[in-house]
Design a protein. Sequence first.
Length: 213
Amino acid sequence: ALKRRQYPYVILAGGDPSLGCEVNYDRPAAVRGAVLHLIEHGYRRIGFLGRMDASATSKFDCFRAALQEQGLPLDPATCSPCASLGEAQLAARRFLESPTIPEAVFVDHYDLAEILVRLTGYHRLRVPDDLAVMAYGTAHRGGVQPPLSLMEVPGLEMGREAAILLNRLIHGRGARSAPILLQAHLTLRRSCGCSGKPSSTTSSPLSEKEVFV
């Protein structure tokens, strides 16, 4: 409707490039970067905890594709669904009570990863010695031990770029048809097996919506 009426608009992580004027990030590249880092540590049995949607751009499908690219199998026994934060405690317990615990796990929401790490002690598991953890999303709590390694979605940067682009459109300074693609940031801490001070790297140029996860 906004496009038909020629109102200025910007779509934030909409996932449909045909609409134009979009600010986004590349979810497949972000998930791939997180998985590759776990593989670099030598982990070969990598599990998944989070939403297991069937969409081609879901984090789970991106995770599965990243494993396939590296010639690693996806073991359904090491993957546990969690549709919302409301069931995070139950999902984390279900994952930890499984008879098949992987060497490492990709957790598709930061809060869910914190809950998982806090529960590992009750199951006599040590992070990262018994289970390495890679979180995804946006860190906004902290305090869990060991500190979480994280592939951080550039939410603030996306909002900033969207505001700048919308301001340009409002003032008639041209339009941009191609999406603006930002980068996700991999912050390495101890939960994945890294040691020492936190370090931050950037994934390859990153387009999808950050929702729970």
